[in-house]
Design a protein around this ligand. Structure first.
Ligand code: SF4
Length: 295
């Protein structure tokens, strides 16, 4: 069902498949046909898996979700993939990534590392049940669940069932401008937010990219969260006043990560960023997936 839905969405809306769309198709296909790999989709586990899935789905439906409500609207999904978390405090962990399409910012002067996430209408619309089906088929070990984008908090209500279902840790990679619904859905307090605030080099006006109330509320209600600043290798110290302004509002651990889309760019700026981090008592985040040539 999932494969058909995705294929329909691709053939209906995307004229020329690109790497991302191909990746989605292939990975989803693999999730449905594991070729006998030892995981939850092996034959011996199918019945157990279906039983568990039914129970978990029942648990979500028991939350009084209304099928006509915003909660159950499908989400444009740019990519679903299983990889290692290559960045931040959980670098190296096995992780299931849900990359949503769409962002509330545009960052015109930044090389947004997921530009296709800014064009949500090009991507398949998947319901939470379908996303969960993919996640469940990849529950090998204790993977993180990572919501990334684009800006996943645009879809906080629709992602909520996945928070309830995933039995292990959840991370949300966010630009820190949209307040998570901590009060109406307290399970968001258990999430680690990896807040990557956009700085003056993003080309976004400050009033759009800097939301002190959101930053302070995330630090207050989800204290396992971190701040991750993506900096160019040239003169990263020029961003220090902006970083300090944010850390005064959200006193969370700080990770500095080189701005890089390729391994060569990463290698060019990694040392400068690491040295700057050390001088300020910050942490350094690599982009391990680039080194390992993983998605
Ligand atoms: S906030 Fe992130 S995803 Fe959104 S436009 Fe800026 S760089 Fe791209």
């Amino acid at each position: 069902m999932l494969k058909n839905r995705v294929n329909r969405a691709i053939s209906g809306k995307i004229p020329e498949p690109t790497g991302l769309e191909n990746g989605l198709d292939i990975k989803l296909s693999n999730s449905l046909d594991t070729g006998g790999k030892k995981n939850h989709t092996s034959e011996s586990n199918v019945e157990e898996k279906n039983n568990t899935l039914n129970k978990l789905s029942g648990k979500v439906k028991a939350q009084n979700f209304n099928s006509k409500s915003q909660l159950l609207k499908p989400i444009p999904i740019a990519q679903l993939f299983h990889s290692i978390q290559g960045e931040g405090i959980d670098m190296g962990r096995s992780a299931l990534f849900i990359r949503v399409a769409g962002c509330n910012l545009t960052c015109p002067t930044l090389p947004c590392d997921t530009p296709t996430a800014l064009t949500p209408t090009r991507f398949p619309m998947l319901r939470w049940e379908e996303i969960w089906e993919w996640c469940f088929s990849h529950l090998i070990g204790t993977p993180l669940l990572v919501f990334t984008g684009g800006e996943p908090m645009i879809y906080a209500r629709q992602l909520y069932p996945l928070l309830l279902l995933h039995p292990f840790s959840v991370e949300v990679e966010t630009n820190g401008t949209i307040l998570p619904p901590f009060k109406s859905q307290p399970v968001w307090r258990k999430v680690r937010f990896v807040i990557s605030p956009k700085l003056s080099n993003s080309g976004e006006p400050k009033k759009r990219r800097f939301k002190p109330e959101v930053l302070s509320q995330i630090a207050r209600f989800a204290p396992d969260s971190i701040l991750k600043f993506v900096l160019p290798g040239e003169n990263p110290d020029r961003f220090l006043p902006e970083i300090e302004e944010i850390t005064k509002i959200a006193p969370l651990p700080v990770y500095l990560m080189p701005q890089s889309a390729t391994l060569s760019q990463l290698n060019q700026s990694a040392s400068a960023i690491a040295q700057f981090a050390l001088t300020q008592g910050f942490n350094y985040s690599d982009r391990l997936h680039l080194r390992l040539q993983l998605p």
